[in-house]
Design a protein around this ligand. Structure first.
Ligand code: NAP
Length: 261
């Protein structure tokens, strides 16, 4: 499906990693004609990403800690100054520490909630403030929001909260013409999942109905759809992009031939 975002401005957090979902989303929107601003923590990585994205269109990069309210307000101010309006904003930044709940320090817990959840709250408030002609707010949750997640319980809890918060935002922002939607990636090959994939790629792949890991581009296409006019009647909605991760309880039966008896 091709989209036309000509004349629109799209903001994306956590987009410095060139194999990451945020970078792929930024590239897609640029290819569909939008102007884009990206943010991330690491200034050097961010300017590298900005340089690569400039090949596709107009892009600006801001170094921002999305868990800091002043930094987030500053980003929205700069974006309004640079672009005039923000049509679509994507809260994509996240962290994924692999620690069992009872082994976590209070600081680790707070960091997960600050980056994955509080940032969504802070950005939603800014969207409400600046999107005075309406817009679309898109939040990154995870399939982990729907399940328990041994070894990453704080992450799963933060993503479940993002899922729920987005549904409330859909109702609270509707009077302002702002849709609030989200995406639930499965296991996508990015910097975030590199270690986990390296340690058990075979098991992870076998537990996916389509029997392959996801690519950032798989997620980017779905996000462009959520932002588009074609999704104008969707709010409070999440799209799962997981290759059927939640469909395989017993990998022994996945891809076994059936219907021939
Ligand atoms: P990624 O490549 O690690 O991207 C996340 C980005 O957020 C990184 O560039 C990271 O920077 C940045 N970030 C972390 N803390 C930040 C902060 N305080 N302020 C600004 N930026 C910050 O991971 P990804 O896989 O593309 O993930 C994108 C989103 O999809 C995340 O919300 C993730 O939870 C979600 N998701 C991913 C998967 C998957 O399988 N990959 C599955 C489900 C959900 P640093 O690298 O410097 O930390």
């Amino acid at each position: 499906m091709a989209f036309d975002f000509t004349g629109k401005t799209i903001g994306i957090t956590g987009a410095a990693g060139i194999h990451g979902i945020g970078f792929a989303i930024a590239r897609k929107f640029l290819q569909y004609g939008a102007a884009v601003f990206i943010c991330d923590l690491d200034e050097k990585a961010l300017s590298g990403a900005e340089a690569l994205l400039q090949e596709y269109g107009t892009v600006k990069a801001y170094t921002v800690d999305v868990s800091n309210s002043q930094a987030v307000s500053g980003m929205f101010e700069k974006a309004i100054r640079d672009f005039g309006y923000i049509d679509v904003f994507i809260s994509n930044a996240g962290i994924y520490p692999q620690v069992m709940v009872c082994d976590m320090t209070e600081e680790q817990w707070d960091a997960v909630m600050a980056v994955n959840l509080k940032s969504v709250f802070l950005c939603a408030k800014e969207c409400r403030r600046v999107m005075d002609r309406g817009g679309v707010l898109i939040n990154a949750s995870s399939f982990a929001a729907l399940l328990g997640s041994a070894g990453s319980g704080a992450y799963a809890a933060s993503k479940a909260a993002v899922y729920n918060l987005t549904k409330t935002l859909a109702a609270e922002l509707a009077p302002y013409g702002i849709r609030a939607v989200g995406y639930l990636p499965g296991v996508i090959e990015t910097g975030m999942t590199k270690e986990v994939i390296e340690s058990r790629e075979k098991e992870l792949t076998e537990a996916i109905a389509l029997k392959r890991l996801g690519k950032s581009e798989d997620v980017a296409d779905a996000v462009c759809f959520l932002a588009s006019e074609q999704a104008a009647y969707m709010t409070g909605t999440f799209i799962e992009i997981s290759g059927g991760k939640l469909c395989v309880q017993n990998p022994d039966f996945a891809w076994k031939r059936c219907g021939t008896a």
